[in-house]
Ligand binder design. Sequence first.
Ligand SMILES: CC(C)(COP(=O)(O)OP(=O)(O)OC[C@H]1O[C@@H](n2cnc3c(N)ncnc32)[C@H](O)[C@@H]1OP(=O)(O)O)[C@@H](O)C(=O)NCCC(=O)NCCS
Length: 374
Amino acid sequence: MNEDVKKGLLGIVVDETEISKVMPEINSLTYRGYAAQDLCVACRFEEVAYLILNKDLPNSIQLKKFEKEERDNRELTKNLYEIIKHLPKKSHPMDLARTAVSVMGLEDKETSNSSPEANLRKAIRIFSKTPTALAAFYRIRKGQKLIKPNNNLSFSENFFYMCFGKVPQKEIVKAFDVSLILYAEHSFNVSTFTARTITSSLSDIHGAITGAIASLKGPLHGGANEEVMRMMKKIKKPENALKWIKNAIAKKQVVMGFGHRVYKSGDSRVPTMREYFGKVAKIKKNKSYEKIYDIIEKTMIKEKNIYPNVDFPTGPTYHLMGFDTDFFTPIFVISRIIGWSAHIMEQHAANKLIRPLAKYKGNKYRQVMDLNQR
Ligand SMILES: CC(C)(COP(=O)(O)OP(=O)(O)OC[C@H]1O[C@@H](n2cnc3c(N)ncnc32)[C@H](O)[C@@H]1OP(=O)(O)O)[C@@H](O)C(=O)NCCC(=O)NCCS
């Protein structure tokens, strides 16, 4: 590989951002200067969503207004419910999310208006409606009756309600809220960069988020939380974990939920999510996945010096909460819509078309032969 080529843009700084940073001095991911784990203690997800979109934490009046806007926009059009009903039941819900946001773009009255005010309004509409679309698909594909959003419930409570018809204990809702806070934003990761690249041609927010969802689906990015659960199901019981992980290491397999492009000695989101995974496991009286988790983590660090990323604890946490495995990455989507939207607005505010170069290594110039001479 030519040294001038920075494959994967490794180590390349492509722009400036005010939204988030992994701050080495506190070894933590920060949103607008606040450590994500501190926000998990002090705030609900809606407050953090407001912070990321609006640059500062809300006061109680601002929060009330933001929550009202989120709640008032949850309902889908009849058209979108019909589309969801007619999609193949075996579709991956990430493809449903991508399609639903794309349809929302067709239906939104402000699609062609990319002013900061319109973009903020549209971001909130996408944020409010996407969980409804996903929950509708969750139930429709199981042949269950659709449950409409309930405006008396918080963002997280409402998602549980729309999927399962009831709201779980407050500790479970808190664990879900924490996972959404930790997933909300992470600087120039692949899906966010996708959203910013789409935006850089002055395309609209629905298109940018549709593209970002497609990007998040891949197992090297958001799809990892699903793969973690599939791995844990394969391992089945704690007694099998050590043999399984040693074999995976010997075969040089990529172990899902480990490693990170930015954190090389531990993802700062993991301790918080690990704690809530433990709380959920205790409530659900299921310690088996925790034991598997600990054995794999210990062995990966000891033998490979590779640490878990946040997808490692979220996978089994969502499983214990009762979600189908293929809904884990869609849950990531309903949170990351916030980070993507903030980046889309930041890109619009100081735009430069993103258009890198490539080192050509194809054929030298050749003349086109007529069809009958080839
Ligand atoms: C996230 C990820 C794509 C980062 O990739 P990256 O920054 O390009 O780092 P690399 O893939 O070059 O990894 C560096 C080394 O660590 C190894 N490594 C990294 N993650 C690993 C993992 N999860 N399992 C096993 N080995 C891993 C690589 O094989 C490589 O070893 P080598 O130098 O001997 O070839 C990668 O760690 C990965 O595939 N993880 C699993 C998927 C995952 O959990 N994704 C969610 C990220 S939040």
